[in-house]
Design a protein around this ligand. Structure first.
Ligand SMILES: Cc1cc2nc3c(=O)[nH]c(=O)nc-3n(C[C@H](O)[C@H](O)[C@H](O)COP(=O)(O)OP(=O)(O)OC[C@H]3O[C@@H](n4cnc5c(N)ncnc54)[C@H](O)[C@@H]3O)c2cc1C
Length: 442
């Protein structure tokens, strides 16, 4: 129920619709609202669509990511409360909730960050359609990538499909914009009922506990995100060895572990970039400090590719439009992969880590994906759906982009790329430390 208090009606009132941008720093929507002296109503909807079942009966969002989202939403609400406002939280379809709030709070405009994948775009279209009936505009802004779309040296339709060509041209011809300043003077519309933040049970999931402190535990929110960046770059200076350690399998600092924060927008890629540059200027610069920026470009690449090729990334035929194949008995082999009962102990260890923590190293993801596709001969989209349920850092473009790449129907210029698990074990787990750890534990 809305708080019926429309003081200051002369000020324009804007509903800020939060989705995967759960932060205050470097936030174009908050910046725009503050700059134009608008009163804001920040809103987050837990859309049931993202908690439903996938076409292969896995969950669209599993408990790890749901917990992380809940924590991030809570953290954002706390920040707004400190500034004199709150974050309205509702469970339901945004196309119903947002027009209702618009009406109750006499909103003049809704603003939101643009996304690139089908569901997120469709969700926005539905909201826009409903708002149109109320003659209220929905304005969308760009803000998820390191490089702004308008600063690319090519229009989206001409972006090269090969990462290296994309990267080299961008590195030569584009620059990263500065961050938006922290909005100091946010003015909030008074809110009566800001809504309960659902728990896992209310989202149809089960509570879980990560009993072993050696397991990776990540807490959602902007504050933990910034603390992780500080830890990785400044406190431990782990960034100085990133290029050498990024393919390791175990430990806290072999890679940045910033992915869940980036996926939910608890941290902006520009914040990471400018912090690395500051570290390079004040401390040291080497090929490792550069390499983290290089990896952020992969994230940008897949997002821009999604804008270019759209829904084809979700199809088995991929962007190459290759003919889909059905493999006899693949359902049974898929079960063995999911349940970590394959004949290969390294694969089983990876699948156990994923199931126990919601996280897997990049090398682990590459090896299990390649194994599912090339050794077990299973439809690769099933693996991508499974990752969508379990990954704490799931993001449509990064997940489906990487899976299609490894399946040979995406952006890999090589026809076929196989990660032989025996060779990979010799290279990255020569004493079976990783494999033994997970296989003895579970
Ligand atoms: C099959 C498969 C599925 C994947 N699914 C996802 C996903 O859903 N969400 C996700 O964020 N990443 C995904 N990745 C990419 C990558 O594995 C993770 O981003 C990385 O392991 C996260 O750990 P980190 O933050 O420590 O990465 P770091 O090595 O520290 O890299 C820093 C950041 O760069 C970006 N990045 C690094 N590698 C990639 C890459 N290959 N593609 C896109 N971005 C990259 C991430 O945002 C990451 O946080 C997937 C990779 C594979 C092979």
């Amino acid at each position: 129920m809305a708080y019926n208090c429309f003081r200051n009606m002369s000020k324009s009132r804007v509903l800020v619709w939060f989705r995967n941008d759960l932060r205050i720093h470097d936030h174009v929507l908050l910046h725009e609202a503050a700059k134009k002296n608008k009163e804001i109503l920040p809103v987050y909807c837990f859309n049931p669509l993202y908690y439903a079942k996938s076409p292969i009966n896995t969950l669209r969002t599993g408990a790890f990511r749901a917990k992380f989202i809940i924590e991030s939403v809570r953290d954002l609400r706390t920040e707004f409360k400190k500034k004199g406002g709150s974050l309205i939280v509702r469970f339901g379809q945004p196309e119903k909730i947002i027009p209702e709030l618009v009406e109750s709070y006499a909103i003049n405009e809704v603003i939101v960050h643009q996304e690139v994948a089908y569901d997120e775009n469709h969700e926005m279209d539905l909201v826009e359609r409903e708002l149109w009936k109320q003659k209220i505009p929905l304005t969308s802004f760009i803000g998820h990538t390191l490089f702004h779309k308008q600063d690319l040296p090519f229009p989206i339709k001409d972006i090269p499909d090969t990462f290296t060509i994309f990267r080299k041209k961008i590195e030569k011809e584009s620059t990263v914009r500065p961050e938006y300043p922290m909005p100091e003077n946010l003015s909030f519309i008074p809110v009566g009922d800001d809504g309960e933040i659902p728990d896992l049970i209310q989202l149809g999931l089960q509570e879980f506990s990560i009993g072993n402190e050696k397991y990776l535990t990540m807490e959602g929110g902007e504050k933990p995100a910034l603390a992780r960046l500080q830890h990785y770059i400044w406190n431990t200076e782990s960034i100085l060895t990133y290029k050498q350690t990024r393919n390791n399998l175990m430990g806290d600092t072999y890679s940045s572990k910033l992915s869940p924060y980036l996926s939910l927008g608890c941290i902006s890629p520009r914040r990471i970039y400018h912090e690395i540059i500051r570290f390079e200027n004040e401390k040291y610069a080497n090929d490792s400090t550069y390499w983290l920026i290089f990896e952020l470009l992969w994230r940008d690449f897949f997002r821009f590719m999604f804008k270019k090729h759209g829904n084809r990334y979700f199809l088995q035929s991929g962007i190459r439009k290759s003919t889909p194949v059905q493999f006899e008995g693949e359902a049974k082999r898929f079960e063995s992969w999911k349940n970590a009962t394959t004949p290969n102990q390294l694969i089983n260890a990876f699948m156990k880590e994923l199931k126990a923590t919601g996280y897997l190293s990049n090398r682990g993801r590459q090896i299990v994906a390649s194994y599912l596709i090339h050794d077990l001969k299973v439809n690769w989209t099933w693996g991508a759906w499974y990752f969508e349920e379990y990954l704490i850092d799931y993001s449509p473009a990064s997940n489906w982009g990487n899976w299609s790449y490894l399946a040979g129907v995406g952006n890999d210029p090589k026809e076929i790329r196989i990660f032989n698990p025996e060779i990979q074990a010799l290279k990255f787990d020569p004493h079976n430390n990783y494999s033994d750890y997970w296989n003895n534990l579970m």
